[in-house]
Ligand binder design. Structure first.
Ligand SMILES: NC(=O)c1ccc[n+]([C@@H]2O[C@H](COP(=O)([O-])OP(=O)(O)OC[C@H]3O[C@@H](n4cnc5c(N)ncnc54)[C@H](O)[C@@H]3O)[C@@H](O)[C@H]2O)c1
Length: 563
């Protein structure tokens, strides 16, 4: 049984939203389906044809506004397949909402935004992975398996080349004209550098030198491209040298998966991507001196391929064989989903994504300085910003004698939680994307609820549990002897009826009746409907630390109300 089938049998579908769905994003749909994931939503500003894209990808929802897709609250992850300069803002927006991200390459287009991405990933509980699919081709994973088994000895030199004339494509995707063909340097280097870094294990590039060939081609408007061919040399702390050539301009047949590797005990030269061209490999431990062998043949041998290929590539599901980029598109999704489910560590996390992206960004400066060697920052050393504290709100002291009114709209009933509600209750919290609950956490929270303080609202017609809030005894350093209005949730399908307001007011009433003088609640900046509700019930912002006033100003602006 291949590992792909394992995912197919998982009972809880992984819900993914694809942004850039009318472009590259669509290419992932069939792999996602065969991995048992659900394309929950698609998003593209290309409104014309969006419905067709939705149908083609089998998505439940279509959006032209990315924020709306994120705010719908029904996604486990997003696949960011928009133009390069949108990767960071879109990835950070998802991470800030606790939604996992699989981002197309490159990770970012400037050092500053890469820092923002790393900070966002550090603040978030959600996983970030770079979709560097070339790391996942069969040949590259085979080499990786051999390197890890020590069969190359100590690898010390590698080359990668991405030769792909995209000048015509850039006329249809103008962002390419600017971000890929308008920049000098090795910006689009991840397809070449990524697999090499995976072969080199935990090594990284610490310095680059880049030169190019100048301008020999012009676009249809007569403007020269920034440069035709550029070559970047990379040094690693372990004394390795890497040479990367990126050429997106020169007229020639594509050759996008060219690699070479040299170690003390082995050498590898990939096929140069032309029909009939074969790669070759020599490994001292396995073969006669001077005898090159064909990697394709070796990969088919159980004693070699069966041993050094990952099981999924040794026995691949049909969907993997049909997927784009030599099956890399399938494999990268497969690992992303497993990483999100905690089954494996993230194979290309935000720092590895930086290892693959930052050398190319630094090379833009090196080429301007005629190939001067420049240091490449290590994102692991960037100061990690502590997780942002939540917004705090207080029930005003002058209102301690005036409980808010509890208004339950017709057709709904406010009552206490009772046995048998658990499944629906947990589903409601999950629907509004409140933190993951398990039995242990639920028991811990239940111990803090005042008697008669576990409010739920049910919908009379369907019996569904549609809103909830807790009156909790929950002292914290900021709120000693504090009573908290906690875990407020209202089903978006029943929004606009004042249900959130009813349960919040009921919880405040309960805390006031119990004599609490300090009643507080916590929320996140992006939960605007909830913040609107709390303000409407009568809570006021508590400016408990520097920066809170600005954050509240932004909230008020977003809500369209006076501060
Ligand atoms: N890994 C690979 O092998 C590979 C292959 C091709 C492209 N890519 C990457 O995929 C990304 C997209 O490339 P492409 O060729 O599909 O480009 P494209 O321009 O054809 O498609 C991008 C799509 O994003 C949409 N879009 C743009 N702005 C948007 C916004 N604000 N909100 C929602 N949708 C928006 C566009 O309408 C378009 O449909 C790029 O980053 C590219 O580098 C990677």
């Amino acid at each position: 049984m291949g590992q792909g089938e394992h995912l197919e049998r998982d009972p809880s579908p992984f819900r993914i939203g694809i942004v850039g769905a009318a472009g590259r994003g669509a290419a992932f749909a069939s792999s996602l389906r065969s991995l048992g994931a659900r394309v929950q939503a698609v998003c593209d500003i290309h409104a014309e044809g969006l419905e067709q894209t939705r149908l083609a990808l089998g998505a439940a929802h279509a959006y032209t506004d990315y924020t709306q897709m994120l705010e719908a609250g029904d996604l486990d992850a997003v696949l960011v397949a928009t133009p390069m300069h949108l990767h960071v803002p879109m990835a950070t927006a998802a991470l800030e909402r606790g939604i996992a991200v699989l981002s197309e390459v490159t990770a970012g287009v400037s050092l500053e935004e890469c820092q923002a991405l790393v900070a966002a990933a550090a603040r978030s509980d959600a996983l970030y992975m770079l979709a560097e699919n070339y790391c996942y081709t069969k040949a590259n994973m085979f080499v990786q398996g051999l390197v890890r088994a020590g069969l190359f000895g100590e690898p010390y030199y590698a080359e990668g080349e991405y030769l792909h004339d995209v000048t015509e494509l850039a006329e249809r995707t103008p962002w390419r004209r600017y971000w890929q063909l308008g920049m000098r340097g090795n910006t689009y280097c991840t397809h070449s550098l990524g697999p090499i870094l995976q072969w080199f294990g935990d090594d990284r590039v610490v310095a680059v030198s880049c030169v190019d060939t100048g301008q020999h081609r012009r676009d249809p408007r007569g403007e020269p491209y920034a440069a035709d061919s550029s070559t970047m040399l990379c040094r690693t702390p372990r004394g390795r040298l890497i040479k990367i050539r990126v050429d997106l301009v020169s007229p020639r047949p594509h050759a996008m998966t060219n690699y070479q590797l040299q170690g003390t005990d082995g050498a590898y030269e990939s096929s140069r991507d032309r029909a009939g061209d074969r790669g070759r490999i020599w490994l001292r431990a396995l073969f006669e001196p001077d005898a090159w062998l064909d990697p394709e043949t070796l990969m088919r041998l159980p004693e070699v391929g069966g041993r050094y290929l990952p099981p999924l590539w040794w026995d691949p599901p049909t969907a993997a064989l049909q997927a784009g980029h030599g099956g890399g598109d399938y494999m990268v999704l497969h690992d992303f989903i497993r990483a999100c489910r905690g089954e494996i560590p993230c194979p290309i996390d935000v720092h590895r994504a930086m290892d693959m992206t930052l050398p190319g960004l630094v090379s833009q400066q090196s080429v301007l300085e005629d190939g001067r060697w420049l240091p490449v920052p290590d994102s692991r050393e960037w100061p990690s910003q502590p997780r942002r504290s939540q917004l705090n709100m207080l029930w005003p002291e002058e209102q301690l004698g005036s409980p808010p009114q509890v208004v339950v709209p017709p057709g709904y009933t406010l009552r206490q939680y009772h046995e048998g509600d658990e499944r629906e209750y947990l589903a409601l919290l999950a629907a509004v994307d409140l933190a993951h609950w398990d039995a242990e956490r639920f028991a811990r929270v239940q111990a803090t609820i005042l008697p008669g303080g576990f409010f739920v609202v049910t919908h009379d017609a369907s019996g569904a549990l549609v809103a909830t809030a807790l009156a909790q005894h929950n002292p914290r350093p900021l709120h000693p002897q504090g009573g908290e209005v906690g875990w407020v949730a209202a089903d978006p399908a029943h929004s606009g009826r004042g249900l959130g307001r009813a349960v919040t007011a009921a919880a405040v009433q309960r805390l006031l009746a119990a004599g609490y003088q300090r009643i507080y609640l916590l929320s996140d900046d992006n939960r605007l409907p909830a913040l609107h509700t709390y303000l409407a019930v009568g809570f006021r912002p508590y400016l408990c630390e520097a920066g809170m006033a600005e954050r509240w100003e932004a909230v008020y602006r977003a809500l369209g109300r006076e501060g």
